[in-house]
Design a protein. Structure first.
Length: 115
């Protein structure tokens, strides 16, 4: 199982980015897929989650209405569309796959929101 994130970068406040998570060695639609982030000096936190069966989604209160998690089962990828970015969204963003007692993480991608 391997997860590879991409799409991070430097963006101004109010801007948008789309993060991608490519899965290999497993089927993303069979796992609970989620995005997490970790800012300097802070604990890693859950940002968004998409369930394996119904595809229902959940978001941290801090990103509701601004971020959208979705997956492409054909490409075996999961995305995080981030709009109206704020300075406090700056962090390393990680993709996670979880099923039963197994969990896998990507290496992370840096998102920096700065003017």
């Amino acid at each position: 199982v391997q997860l590879v994130e991409s799409g991070g970068g430097l963006v101004q406040p109010g801007g948008s980015l789309r993060l991608s998570c490519a899965g290999s060695g497993f089927t993303v639609s069979s796992y609970v897929m989620s995005w997490h982030r970790q800012a300097p000096g802070k604990e890693r936190e859950l940002v968004a989650l998409i369930s394996s069966t119904s595809g229902s989604t959940n978001y941290a209160d801090s990103v509701k209405g601004r971020f959208t998690i979705f997956r492409d089962n054909v490409k075996n990828m999961v995305y995080l569309q981030m709009n109206s970015l704020k300075l406090e969204d700056t962090a390393v963003y990680y993709c996670k796959a979880r099923r039963n007692w197994s969990a896998y993480w990507g290496q992370g991608t840096q998102v920096t929101v700065s003017s």
